[in-house]
Design a protein around this ligand. Structure first.
Ligand code: IPM
Ligand code: MG
Length: 355
């Protein structure tokens, strides 16, 4: 029997419910395949601010660093809108990404045939499907640049800065990801305006020489957003900066039917990654047992696959999700006519039972 230590950051809003859903499924995986998952719950986000006065306690960083992997729900909510900016829940999330050195963020969007109805795009735009991996740089750019505000409040600024090293390492992840997929990378920037984007483009172009089998093209971010909406099937891997990746991954997930379905992996130089749904904490539906736990459950699958080396187990989770969708079960966000409406707990239990 193999044992794994997993740090759980449930966070705020629907975070606890969806992480509990993933734990239900992980426990069932453990039972079926003979593994033991040891969980250690730690605080981050608004709940950490409430309990300890900071959004990211040192203990959380220490526990995460000592774990095989981290599973995260979501953080933030209007409750903390008035706390000072350096203590906001989101600061905890950015802080843990930085503290664990998680510079690459993989956000796959796949349109499942069962969810065509839930996509905002017309059938005609979806006929060639959607299977895109957004590779988002996660510890640089405007998210971590210098922030300034005039004392009299008359101006404010945020700096977008990238070093060649930062661009190279994320480009490498993108090319290597593409080698395992359809060998196409679109690098997204705003090189017609931004100096940092021109460096981005030049560096990615240089990197491409090491991957002659991969077809590289470049796209301005505004055009990339339009292209995702009019012809999503053209994309295989998109590599882009922190802020552009944030925006485009919400778009690609919406096209896939619901942001409630999609996982993400944040990785750095070690095997210990952080896995989380790409959606937020949805405070408006917190505690109502209606949130879709699938994004967190498939994030757990991604964790098994990418950090723990449990590939069969990961496949089993994804297959169980498909099976439950095929059986017609839907949470509210992906509900359509003739389907069976279910809640957070029941959805997780069904997936666990169908492993
Ligand atoms: C995400 C989220 C975060 C981000 C927020 C909550 C800080 O939107 O993970 O995409 O912008 O990175
Ligand atoms: Mg986002």
């Amino acid at each position: 029997m193999s044992e794994f230590n997993i740090a759980l950051i449930k966070g705020d809003g629907i975070g606890p419910e969806i992480v509990d859903g993933a734990v239900t499924v992980l426990d069932a995986v453990g039972e079926k395949f003979g593994h033991k998952f040891n969980y250690k719950e730690v605080l981050m986000g608004g709940c950490a601010y409430d309990a300890c006065g900071v959004p990211l306690p040192q203990e959380t960083i220490d526990v995460c660093k000592a774990s095989d992997s981290v599973l995260l729900g979501a953080v933030g909510g209007p409750k903390w809108d008035s706390v000072p900016s350096q203590l906001r829940p989101e600061k905890g999330l950015l802080g843990i990404r930085k503290a664990l050195g998680l510079y690459s963020n993989l956000r796959p969007s796949i349109l499942k045939p069962q969810l065509k109805e839930a996509s905002p795009l017309k059938d005609e735009k979806l006929k060639n499907g959607l299977d895109v991996m957004v590779v988002r740089e996660l510890t640089g750019g405007i998210y971590f640049g210098k922030r300034e505000k005039a004392e009299d409040g008359s101006w404010a600024s945020d700096e977008e800065k990238y070093s060649v090293e930062e661009i190279k390492r994320i480009a490498k992840i993108a090319f290597e990801t593409a080698m395992l997929r359809n060998k196409k990378v679109v690098s997204v920037d705003k090189a017609n305006v931004l100096e940092s984007s021109r460096l981005w483009r030049a560096t990615v172009t240089e990197m491409a020489k090491d991957y002659p089998q991969v077809e590289l093209s470049h796209m301005y971010v505004d055009n990339a957003a339009m292209q995702l909406a009019i012809n999503p099937a053209q994309f295989d891997v998109i590599v882009t900066s922190n802020i552009f990746g944030d925006i485009l991954s919400d778009l690609s997930s919406a096209i896939a039917g619901s942001i409630g379905m999609l996982p993400s992996a944040s990785l750095g130089a070690t095997k210990c990654g952080m896995y989380e749904p790409i959606h937020g904490s949805a405070p408006d539906i917190a505690g109502m047992d209606i949130a879709n736990p699938i994004a967190t459950i498939v994030s757990a699958a991604l964790m098994l696959d990418m950090s723990l080396g449990l590939h069969e187990e990961a496949k089993a989770i994804n297959a169980a999700v498909d099976k439950v969708l095929d059986m017609g079960y839907r949470t509210a966000d992906i509900m359509s006519e003739g389907m069976k409406k279910t809640g957070t707990k029941e959805m997780a239990a069904l997936i666990a039972q169908n492993l």
